[in-house]
Design a protein around this ligand. Sequence first.
Ligand SMILES: C[S@@+](CC[C@H](N)C(=O)[O-])C[C@H]1O[C@@H](n2cnc3c(N)ncnc32)[C@H](O)[C@@H]1O
Length: 283
Amino acid sequence: MDLTPLNKYMMKSVNDSEFQLIKQLIYHQTGIFLNDHKKTMVANRLRNRLNTLGFRSYKRYYDYVTKEPSGRHELSECINCLTTNETFFFRHNEQIEYLIEYLLPQLRNQNKPNQKIRIWSAGCSSGEEPYSIAISLDKKFNQKELDQIEIIASDINKTMIDHAKAGIYSPYALQQMPEYDQNKYFYQNSKNEQYHIIEKIKKRVHFYRHNILDTFHQGLFDVIICRNVFIYFDKKSKEMALQKILPHLRAKGFLIIGFAESLFDQKLHFMYIKPTIYRRLET
Ligand SMILES: C[S@@+](CC[C@H](N)C(=O)[O-])C[C@H]1O[C@@H](n2cnc3c(N)ncnc32)[C@H](O)[C@@H]1O
């Protein structure tokens, strides 16, 4: 293979000190803890950015992102490259069913009449999770009832939020949906390759780019669903994220996490309901 000098250099992997710099940067910005075995992944995922910008080393790229005013925008691109966004429609649907069958009725009883039930999908990736909730609600409730429920969704990754807002998906994303629901809630373009979510569902979810280590200016929620986000954090950054999330959850509101995650170290604030489902204590 005939490699130009630049590309030849780019085939090199990130060295230890460069990896440590990038690892610390991502940890402080997002809470994501990159284990040392992620070195190759980091090198591979950032290589395109280095090539695009013409940097010959990861250190030069790091300096650009952290020290130069014009590199500020690149920080967001760097984060986009290093998040893991795996998701699909109706992933662990038993949690969504439990939310609708058991948690929403409890919230209806405890909220004031006409008080909207507010759900926040934090770390929603490309939107499959909040749209799955919107579809399940649509199947169960009439228009008047649906108008009493609000769904907000957020992710740090701007590319994912743009994807979510567009609402266009590959067959992979719909792998766990019955064909009847696929036909009811999606339409295909003339080439029949991509699935477009219907407008009625799309407009029920409001998407924002947001870092869960920052304050979210969207008020209080009755349910926060934050699944498969903390698995990429360490104990300290999970703690920091929870401190930011907690003030947004109403007393007696519910927090739903992923099956690989737990809140056993958060007994002060949460009551355990069942695996992955917690309720905020009143204090
Ligand atoms: C594996 S996906 C989970 C998607 C969905 N919740 C699910 O369970 O299918 C993890 C998401 O968390 C997001 N994420 C990671 N760190 C974040 C942070 N600090 N703030 C907001 N989102 C974050 C990533 O961008 C990614 O889209």
